[in-house]
Design a protein around this ligand. Sequence first.
Ligand code: AMP
Length: 114
Amino acid sequence: MGEKTVFKKIIDREIPAKIVYEDEHCLVFEDIHPAAPTHLVVIPKREIASVDEVTEADETMMGHLFTVIRGIAAQRGLKDGYRVVTNCGRDAGQEVMHLHFHLLAGRRFGWPPG
Ligand code: AMP
């Protein structure tokens, strides 16, 4: 096993984070460098590096992440919309090699993304 990722350290409570939701399968916390008024990071507790490593065994958990995202959006009243993003690999700009979804809201986003 290599070094723990920063997100694994957050799961293991070795470094602090502003955790806003947690259950058996996932953790949601505030992004340390917010790119929008709402910027949350949604991660599975299972160590999966990126979408590239998702397998059929993860299908239920992956669906669960999206019901958690939908629930947070509803609870926070993100009625004007929100964006869910996952960066996979170098060209997409993935920095942390632990699968995560960015949940962004509170401003108008451009398309196509940069
Ligand atoms: P990505 O480029 O998709 O891998 O995004 C990684 C995200 O993790 C970036 O938006 C960072 O700001 C965020 N991040 C990195 N370290 C931390 C941390 N310790 N706590 C919260 N968010 C973090």
